[in-house]
Design a protein around this ligand. Structure first.
Ligand SMILES: Cc1ncc(COP(=O)(O)O)c(C=O)c1O
Length: 375
């Protein structure tokens, strides 16, 4: 999208009160969102690790630029489509923290490598070889992190010797370079109890630290150590050997992370979905226009904010069903409510744009450039 189209799309909304917006609409409370960026930046100014925020949360270059302007070293992406959005918007230091597999995707990766310092996670010699051959054919260079399975049992080679072997394969392959290790302790990040989360995350990260030691004992330098998420920003972030942390959700937070002790109290819930009451079939039941197509519910049913006596009890494709438990609370069709997502990342992916709100007024409209870019 060019700038003119962008301006044309935003202009009618700027200056409106948020309650005048048509719904469903995805809102950012700009004061809270900016405070989240500053809080995280302030933390990372006190430790050795740097912040490499995960773009899978917001999928939007202007937000990535704000994070970088506050000290982040670049971005983490989950998908090539996110990396393309970031690099086309002028961001050079991009990590794709997933395996890029298959001819078409590797071709896109190589194209991006010509215009950026892209890094990619790898966990097989076959994948390293395929990327190396494609990069050599195009005279490009791709940087690599060996992903280590540190207990999440998702991707990654096992700690220790397998990681060393893969690092050596990279060293022996043309047009690719071994930059370091990545380990994501995703099985620990949302444990609400602080002590339990701290112990689990440190145990996981120890596997990555031991792997680093193992490589160094075999004369393989490990300049980059990447991992961490919002739930472990100040656990993994405080480990001196870690060079970067991939936290994403902290910009928006959600009702799940809000309940994570030691995290929820540092950041504000800045994202909400504006809903309209479309039907009031009985005094104790109202229906809103925010269903599954605009609100994710895999982490629980999202709930309204700023009102009491009303609870969302179910979502179908286009409808949210709410139970009104306080007889002093009543609604009429056309009333507006804000819903707090229970999972910000998957909710954002359901929307085309954000409406940035300050003091109740629409200040900015940002297209979600990588929304739906699952490839
Ligand atoms: C590889 C990786 N790094 C970091 C994160 C952290 O994200 P968040 O801060 O949103 O928990 C995730 C979350 O899915 C991830 O998959």
């Amino acid at each position: 999208m060019n700038l003119d189209q962008d301006t044309q799309r935003s202009e009618p909304f700027i200056g409106m009160h948020k309650t005048e917006l048509d719904t469903p609409a995805l809102l950012i409370d700009l004061d809270k969102f900016e405070a989240n960026i500053q809080t995280m930046a302030a933390y990372f100014s006190t430790v050795n690790a740097m912040l490499r925020p995960h773009m899978k949360t917001h999928k939007t270059p202007i937000i990535a630029h704000k994070q970088i302007a506050s000290g982040a070293i670049g971005v983490t992406c989950a998908k090539l489509g996110e990396a393309e959005a970031a690099i086309h918007a002028g961001i050079r230091d991009v990590l794709i923290a997933n395996q890029i597999v298959g001819k078409q995707k590797i071709a896109r990766l190589i194209n991006l490598a010509r215009h950026s310092e892209i890094m990619v996670a790898v966990d097989s010699a076959q994948n390293v070889q395929a990327i190396s051959e494609a990069a050599s054919a195009k005279g490009a260079h791709v940087r690599m992190l060996v992903e280590v399975n540190i207990g999440m049992d998702r991707c990654g080679v096992e700690p220790g010797k397998p990681a060393l072997e893969l690092a050596n394969v990279i060293h022996q392959s043309a047009n690719v370079s071994f930059e370091g290790l990545m380990g994501y302790e995703g099985h620990t990040v949302s444990r609400p109890d602080r002590v339990e989360r701290n112990a689990a995350a440190r145990a996981a990260m120890q596997l990555l630290l031991d792997t680093k030691d193992h490589l160094e004992k075999h004369d393989v330098a490990v300049p980059i150590m990447s991992g961490g998420g919002t739930g472990t920003f100040n656990i993994t972030g405080s480990i001196p050997e870690m060079t970067e942390v991939q936290a994403g959700s902290y910009v928006f937070m959600d009702s799940t992370y809000r309940n994570v002790e030691g995290v929820g109290e540092h950041f504000n819930c800045s994202l909400s979905v504006l809903a309209t009451v479309v039907s009031c079939p009985s005094p104790d039941r109202i229906i809103v226009d925010t269903g599954l197509k605009v609100l994710a519910k895999e982490f629980g049913i999202p709930q309204p904010v700023g009102v009491t006596g009303v609870e969302m009890t179910g979502l179908s494709e286009e409808h949210g069903k709410m139970q009104v438990s306080d007889e002093n609370v009543s609604f009429n069709p056309g009333d507006k409510l804000e819903i707090l997502p229970s999972h910000c990342c998957t909710t954002v992916n359901l929307h085309d744009r954000y409406y940035g709100i300050r003091n109740g007024i629409v200040e900015s409209v940002w297209e979600i450039a990588a929304r739906g870019k699952a490839q």
